[in-house]
Design a protein around this ligand. Structure first.
Ligand code: FAD
Ligand code: NAI
Length: 463
């Protein structure tokens, strides 16, 4: 048998890669991870989930002080923005968490090989001067921003999500291209801090992929907060004079062009798999039409010994999905049976209120068969009402015959936390009756899940 430097070599240290590396090491495999960034943790920890949540959290407090929510509770304050400090606490969160991964690597004896990896053959990856060999190699190279043809990101006037996390001043007018998760989260940050925000979305509604009713209600809530949406609209040109941008817009269906000006433009029209410079052709691996690496249910590519997980493979581009795949692929490599249930992957938009869902949308569920739907408004939830958080609702979709829950959607201040219960219930094959007869602590937002489950059978108490 060939003598390899490592049993497992992971390329990329995002939530997919670092988790796979740690799990592989825990399973007794000699493991290394190649990462070209200065710090571990990938998009998520460096320029994604964590820094965006640091700004969302801080700006939420600012907004609560500025928009009268605090005054309603008897706290009179006039907030003053210290943007450098807001950024400093963001950078501190990133530093601590990326450092935490370096600590976990040391603790688990995972070697961090610094540099960019490129395949030489199915068991060799070149990193700088070093040719590293491994029996199994995991591609976990993640994703990068999808560019808008003809639009150059200068990270000053025209920014991507990374630039939008680092703005040195609050824009007067931020135009967001793309009404998806990044546009709504980062648009919310800068709106709360004082920017006028216009969001241009190609489709006829924001948040594609989410439940239809949730999309419509979210739009209404964001509009109430001051977001302006131009739906069914495409950006055909962006002129940048170094200080401001002039965007040319056209109705998606065709028609007369108009222009709008902005001192900052965020391009957030999606992300694409990152395989640049990996030399996949050296091992005979081709990407699919979307640029992704195809895998089987065990996360193995068409080349034996090469595996792939996370944003670089088909499926939702979410950190927790990548992490779960990281655990499963390591277990598969170690000869165990690693499984991820891709039907039960929660999605959360960390705006105010949060928007969350797991399983099928009502539209998709109806296409599959007969369903029953139960809804409960947050306005009727005692905790949400007491906390001045009246917006949103919980919706439970169950199969009409078996009563098995097939989808749960929520708009609520803490929907991201609430949705975990729904995921667990679905993982265990729960019926709406199971949830309805589970005792939920009072007063909690989660009682709205119980009430929505009761409403599936027409029996909610508090409406
Ligand atoms: P990544 O995290 O992208 O990591 C891949 C790593 O591989 C990178 O560090 C890269 O430098 C490295 N790499 C690539 N090629 C090579 C190479 N050839 N050699 C060496 N290293 C290489 N998801 C959520 O679930 N929740 C959120 O709240 C959330 N917020 C987000 C906010 C923003 C602004 C963005 C941009 C994304 C957010 N995401 C969120 C998505 C999440 O970040 C990704 O789904 C997740 O990071 C994917 O993990 P990954 O391990 O597949 O890849
Ligand atoms: P997205 O796919 O969520 O949204 C992109 C939006 O842009 C879509 O609504 C799309 O219709 C629209 N669009 C595409 N081309 C357009 C054009 N030319 N003009 C106008 N609109 C256009 O992508 P986004 O927001 O960039 O996020 C990328 C990924 O990062 C997502 O897949 C998401 O899963 C992940 N992410 C997750 C977060 C979370 O879990 N909270 C937070 C941020 C990102």
């Amino acid at each position: 048998m060939a003598d390899y430097d490592f049993d497992v070599l992971v390329i990329g240290s995002g939530p997919g890669g670092y988790v796979a590396a740690i799990r592989a090491a825990q399973l007794g495999l000699r493991t290394a991870c190649v990462e070209s960034r200065e710090t571990l943790g990938g998009t998520c920890l460096n320029v994604g989930c964590i820094p965006s949540k640091a700004l969302l959290h801080a700006s939420e407090y600012f907004d609560a002080a500025a928009n009268g929510t605090m005054a309603k509770m008897g706290i009179k304050v006039t907030p003053e923005l210290d943007l450098p400090q807001m950024h400093a606490q963001r950078l501190d969160a990133v530093k601590q968490l990326t450092g935490g991964i370096a600590f976990l690597f040391k603790k688990n004896k995972v070697e961090w090989i610094k540099g960019r990896g490129a395949f030489v053959d199915a068991h060799t990856v070149q990193v700088g001067e070093r040719a590293v060999t491994a029996k199994d190699i995991i591609i976990a190279t993640g994703s990068t921003v999808t560019p808008l043809p003809g639009v150059t990101i200068d990270q000053k006037v025209i920014v991507d999500s990374t630039g939008a996390l680092e703005l040195e001043r609050v824009p007067q007018h931020l135009v967001v291209i793309g009404g998806g998760v990044i546009g709504l989260e980062l648009g919310s940050v800068w709106r709360r801090l004082g920017a006028k925000v216009t969001c241009i979305e190609f489709l006829d509604q924001i948040l594609p992929g989410f439940d239809g009713e949730i999309r419509k209600e979210s739009n209404k809530i964001f509009r109430k907060q001051g977001f302006e949406f131009l739906l069914s609209t495409k950006v055909t040109h962006v002129a940048n004079d170094g200080q401001k941008a002039t965007l040319t817009l056209e109705p998606a269906a065709g028609g007369e062009a108009t222009t709008i000006e902005a001192d900052c433009v965020l391009v957030s029209i999606g992300r694409r798999a990152n395989t640049d410079g990996l030399a996949l052709d050296a091992v005979g691996l081709a990407t699919n039409t979307r640029g992704q690496v195809e895998i089987d249910h065990r996360f193995q590519t068409s080349v034996p010994g090469i595996w792939a997980i996370g944003d670089v493979v088909p499926g939702p581009m979410l950190a927790h999905k990548a992490e779960d795949e990281g655990i499963a692929v390591a277990e598969n490599i170690a000869g165990q049976t690693g499984i991820v249930n891709h039907d039960v992957i929660p999605s959360v938009v960390y705006t105010w209120p949060e928007i969350a869902g797991v399983g099928l949308t009502e539209e998709a569920a109806r296409e599959k068969g007969e369903i029953k739907v139960g809804k409960f408004p947050m306005l009727a939830n005692s905790r949400a009402k007491t906390n001045h958080e009246p917006d949103g609702f919980v919706k439970i979709i169950a199969d009409a015959k078996s009563d098995r829950v097939v989808g749960v959607w929520a708009i609520a201040s803490v929907a991201g936390t609430m949705i975990a219960e729904a995921g667990l219930a679905m993982e265990f094959g729960a019926t709406s009756e199971d949830i309805a007869y589970t005792c939920h602590a009072h007063p909690t937002h989660s009682e709205a899940i119980k009430e929505a489950a009761m409403a599936v059978r027409g029996k909610a108490i508090h409406v």
